[in-house]
Design a protein around this ligand. Structure first.
Ligand code: FEC
Length: 314
């Protein structure tokens, strides 16, 4: 007889339409509605990205489907059937809806995993807290994957993407060593450092591991997509970094947003539009590595970390 193990796959979430942007933004702001100017500015950013749509929704749907397939592939755990449920931080179906759906299906044990490889109490920690609270109230036993930022397969798939773009720079006439690689991730408020949060160190470890694997010497880490709040956020921001690099006469830049696993606003707008515009002004050639989305290698990473957590129940 097979046992069902639930997998709560958690991701940031995105609105379903432009009409849903206000409710989404209000949720991100913990119930404080944005001003009309802030709302317009966010809608404009969504409208500017490819097709003016919300690619994160489709990408997350595909990732959840692909993970379920990868987990049950080859009948590796014949006694277990993994059933994936989606839980989003700021949109429907919310994290709590995902846990409820598991309970409705009679699932009593589940692994929670976030589609973000690096742990911060403010990001992944927040997802886990909400899932845990709901699971406890529903009598579901849950185990959580906190991070997977040094998983060898993750480093391999990211390194392959980086190498492919370096080849393209070479084909375009640049010398590989002239390309400055900029690893980046979503900024968070500086106050996380005072509490010993591992976010920054984990990001630097991923960057170093990819640089080692690809033999890249000319790299640095920079932040992106800082929130629009008054408190200080971790920096330098990628736009300032580009300006600094221009002063150093750097002409070729490769962006590697390792903190993200999907094409979405923070990649398609903040990097592909905003950073590209600055690069053009500075007469720099900027390329970006391809996002992981539902790459089979990334699905292997996720299924491996989920299985390791589920092993305790076998
Ligand atoms: O494509 C999409 O629709 C969603 C793109 C998106 C992703 C994403 C990932 C992360 N965020 C993280 C932290 C914060 C903090 C605040 C914050 C604010 C926003 C706003 C938008 C937004 N985030 Fe986001 N984030 C995405 C989108 N984020 C839109 C609101 C407008 C703005 O500030 O630009 C500040 C909240 C506050 O006001 O207190 C903090 C982190 C990640 C990466 C990890 C993860 O995916 O969970 C960390 C994708």
């Amino acid at each position: 007889m097979t046992t069902q193990i639930g997998v709560l796959v958690m991701s940031y979430g995105t609105p379903e339409s432009l009409d849903g942007v206000e409710a989404y933004y209000t949720h991100i702001r913990r119930g404080n509605p944005p001003s009309p100017e802030q709302l317009k500015e966010l809608k404009d950013r969504y409208e500017a990205i490819v097709g003016g749509v919300f690619p994160l929704r489709e990408n997350t749907d595909r990732q959840v489907e692909a993970l379920q397939e990868a987990l049950n592939k080859d009948n590796r755990d014949p006694e277990v059937e993994y059933v994936c449920f989606q839980g989003l931080k700021h949109a429907h179906p919310f994290i709590e809806d995902g846990v409820q759906a598991m309970a409705d299906q009679g699932i009593t044990r589940s692994v929670g995993v976030v589609l973000a490889p690096h742990y911060s109490a403010m990001s992944v920690g927040g997802y886990i807290k909400r899932a845990k609270e709901k699971a406890e109230s529903m009598g579901i036993e849950m185990a959580f994957v906190e991070s997977y930022h040094l998983h060898p397969k993750l480093i391999e798939v990211l390194a392959n993407r980086l190498s492919r773009r370096l080849d393209e720079f070479e084909e375009a006439g640049a010398n590989r060593d002239e390309v400055r690689v900029l690893f980046s991730a979503h900024s968070l408020p500086e106050r996380i450092l005072a509490t010993g949060d591992p976010y920054r160190d984990q990001l630097l470890e991923t960057s170093q591991a990819i640089a080692d694997k690809t033999g890249v010497k000319s790299w640095q880490f920079t932040w992106q997509s800082a929130g629009r709040t008054a408190e200080p956020w971790l920096g330098p921001d990628i736009l300032d970094t580009l300006r600094e690099l221009s002063k150093e006469q750097v002409k070729y830049v490769l962006s590697a947003p390792i903190g993200f696993v999907s094409d979405h606003l923070e990649v398609l707008y903040d990097l592909d539009i905003e950073a590209q515009n600055i690069a053009a002004e500075l007469d720099m050639r900027l390329m970006r590595i391809e996002s992981l989305n539902s790459d089979p290698g990334y699905m292997e990473v996720l299924s491996d970390v989920v299985r390791s957590k589920a092993d305790q129940w076998k």
